[in-house]
Design a protein around this ligand. Structure first.
Ligand code: SF4
Ligand code: SF4
Length: 303
């Protein structure tokens, strides 16, 4: 039993994209970065948040009356939510009979998460799978992550941590002994470009990358390929150089930008800055893979 708690926005069972075999992925809520292409914008704030799906809204306006904070008003084109007033109490969610409202994120104990994860133990064993901690950012809640990883290790589950790399280095060091595989994002090596599109420079990430690389824990480097950010030969070559020097046995995963998360920005009342951006061409992705391979790195293009 452990009383450690954290904030989670999803626990996805039967995942096949977050590490080897069949896995359960625990998505932490809260991230110190704010990447403009983020496909999980609901993961960025630590606190639970209200999401409103306008396509399901029937304009009955019962939620306006139900909101104790006065955060919902009637506008010219449906309801308007004042996010500064909303404390995610959930009254409007239970009032809305059309599933147009939901709260994303909830506090969970280690025991509660473990109770979900252990249900699929047979699948992990049969498929070579396990549990993945993802986000948001795992390092943003290091005590919760550590307690979960210890619990999974005790149960004999394979563990993977999928991290942006931004976070306290000491907290990362404490996690490493309980991790069987790291997925580690490297986005851009120019600190100014990095800050412009993610909100932070990359020094902390590169320091943490070196920590993981020397630890000997198997490592896959994840490179989101984003138009106008790092879809250039120079940017990819810089990343290839870094990985080849520090983690030559790592596999590189190229993750082409996509717009899957766009609708969620509207549900959170956020602007989506990359509305006009296109998915990188197959030709460029193959060229990027060739750059990685020319440095002796195994490289896969995610679909
Ligand atoms: S209660 Fe639901 S359907 Fe009615 S206005 Fe509010 S969000 Fe829309
Ligand atoms: S979650 Fe609560 S505070 Fe926020 S809009 Fe709904 S009823 Fe109002």
């Amino acid at each position: 039993m452990t009383s450690t708690k954290g904030t989670v926005f999803n626990i996805q069972r039967y995942s096949i994209d977050d590490g080897p075999g069949i896995r359960t992925t625990v998505f932490f809520k809260g991230c110190p970065l704010s990447c403009v292409w983020c496909s999980n914008p609901e993961s960025q704030n630590l606190a639970p948040e209200l999401m409103h799906r306008d396509s399901l809204c029937k304009r009955c306006f019962r939620c306006v009356e139900a909101c104790p904070a006065g955060a919902i008003t009637v506008g010219s084109d449906g309801i308007v939510i004042d996010r500064d007033l909303c404390d995610a109490c959930g009254e409007c969610v239970s009032t809305c009979t059309h599933d147009a409202m939901r709260i994303t994120g909830k506090e969970m104990s280690v025991d509660e998460v473990f109770d979900v994860v252990r249900r699929d133990a047979d699948y992990y064993r049969d498929s070579g799978g396990g549990v993945t901690l993802s986000g948001g950012e795992v390092l943003f809640q290091p005590e919760f992550a550590l307690a979960l990883l210890k619990r999974f290790r005790e149960a004999g589950f394979d563990t993977c941590v999928d991290s942006s790399g931004q976070g306290d280095t000491e907290g990362l060091r404490r996690l490493i002994p309980y991790v069987d595989l790291f997925y580690f994002d490297i986005k851009h090596l120019d600190p100014k470009v990095h800050r412009a599109e993610t909100g932070r420079t990359n020094e902390n990430i590169l320091r943490n990358f070196a920590e993981v690389a020397v630890s000997g824990v198997p490592l896959a480097v994840r490179v989101p390929v984003v138009p106008g950010f790092n879809d250039s030969v120079d940017a990819i070559a810089d990343i290839a150089e870094l990985v080849a020097v520090h983690a030559p046995r790592a596999t590189v995963h190229l993750l082409p930008y996509h717009r899957y998360g766009q609708q969620k920005y509207a549900m959170l009342g956020l602007d989506y800055e990359l509305a006009a951006a296109e998915t990188p061409s197959e030709e460029f992705l193959k060229a990027a893979r060739a750059i990685m391979e020319s440095r002796g790195l195994a490289c896969e293009i995610a679909v």
